[in-house]
Ligand binder design. Sequence first.
Ligand SMILES: Cc1cc2nc3c(=O)[nH]c(=O)nc-3n(C[C@H](O)[C@H](O)[C@H](O)COP(=O)(O)OP(=O)(O)OC[C@H]3O[C@@H](n4cnc5c(N)ncnc54)[C@H](O)[C@@H]3O)c2cc1C
Length: 442
Amino acid sequence: MSPPLQSIPSNDTLPSAVDVVVIGGGMAGSAAAYALAGKGLSVALLEKGQVGGEQTSRNWGWCRQQHRDLRELPLAQKSLAMWGGLAAELGSDTGFRRTGLLYVTTRPADLAMWETWTSRARGHQMHSRVLTAAEARAMTPGSTVAWIGGVHSPTDGRAEPAVAGPAIAEGARRRGASIHQQCAARGLDIEAGRVRGVMTEKGRIRSQAVLVAGGAWTSLFCRHHGIRLPQAGVISTSFFTEAAPQVVEGGLSMPEVTIRRRLDGGYTVGLTGRGRLELSPQGLLYARQFWPTFRKRRRDLSLSIGRSFLSGPEGLPRWRLDGVSPFERIRTLDPPADPSLIRKGLARLAASYPALSGLKVASGWGGLIDSTPDGIPVISPVDPLPGLYLSTGYTGHGFGIGPAAGQLAADLIVGDPPIVDPHPYRYRRMIDGTDLGAPGML
Ligand SMILES: Cc1cc2nc3c(=O)[nH]c(=O)nc-3n(C[C@H](O)[C@H](O)[C@H](O)COP(=O)(O)OP(=O)(O)OC[C@H]3O[C@@H](n4cnc5c(N)ncnc54)[C@H](O)[C@@H]3O)c2cc1C
């Protein structure tokens, strides 16, 4: 099953030349197209399947600053400010509501980690508050669990993934961008050592700059041109329920399970710390870079040999720009949900909230989360190849920071003062290993 998704139309004709081609119609690509078009540039947004069809519609809808890696916090703060005005700017609801987010726990280690993060984040003007046991229980009426504490971030919120990505892409179109779905970019058009455009399955588009925002497919795309980008995918299961009693207005994280109230009155439910890693040729290629994270998360990951070994974004296929590319063979990555995790999620909810027993599952799905070794994205020019830019590697938290990430990519392409310091997100750290610290709190 796939998650619900608002579909939007494509433009009829592919332009022969634009200022910027954006590859990938997820949050990263759509938000960048929106910001670029807002700066008056001509933009073509290419999507091999449907805008929002991969991670962007499969996410939980948390828009959070809370527990961000501190290197990513400035981007999260700018985004939260932007989410507030986005619906009015776009003329369409993204589902964003500044409801606050709440985390509660029965595990002393969680509480210790949250206290550390909250005190460090205070220097970044974050006003979240660690909760005592009594406060945590008062904020979770109806729960029968004896929470030992929690943390509350009142300025965070939630949005609807099924509509937000497509709404931002439509916003880009209203600003003059064109949108081309079922139109894979097969590779770059390179002349005299710089990017001159993109070869798509429907023809060539000339451009001054190309932004690759291909989610889990970005490393494969780059490898075709001899560009290294360590990237690894973890498959996660989520589901949503039919309308159910309201126990929380925004998002609530409990040990092993999270819920986010939806506009339709149901909950999107996520299983935390449960992922499936498929062994793949790309995984082996970048095993050394990912080893520290893998060791840390080993207990939460199940390993398998699956489809990724031969096909999918982590294979090592070769293709010609005038032939069918791997991007056309899988229009939408749609990994199956794990039914045992759905059962487990329902049981955890019922055990925490009697009012949530017997919930009906409306849909369940898998999503492949693309990660970088240090857990923060690459939003950057790719210096070995002038004209090429990346916005990728969001490591499971790129929806909430999408608006400012799109703005940053656009600033870098145009050469405007960047919305935040771009240094932490530079591509070069991926190849020379500078500052590649371990992932911070996710
Ligand atoms: C289960 C799950 C829960 C999550 N929860 C949250 C959350 O609560 N909050 C949060 O902030 N983030 C969350 N995330 C992460 C968030 O969804 C992603 O970080 C974000 O959507 C990434 O956006 P993207 O545009 O980089 O990638 P994607 O949405 O994957 O988009 C990339 C697009 O590029 C297209 N593409 C690839 N190659 C080509 C090509 N050659 N030509 C044309 N098109 C191409 C793909 O088809 C795809 O549509 C979650 C992710 C998952 C899977």
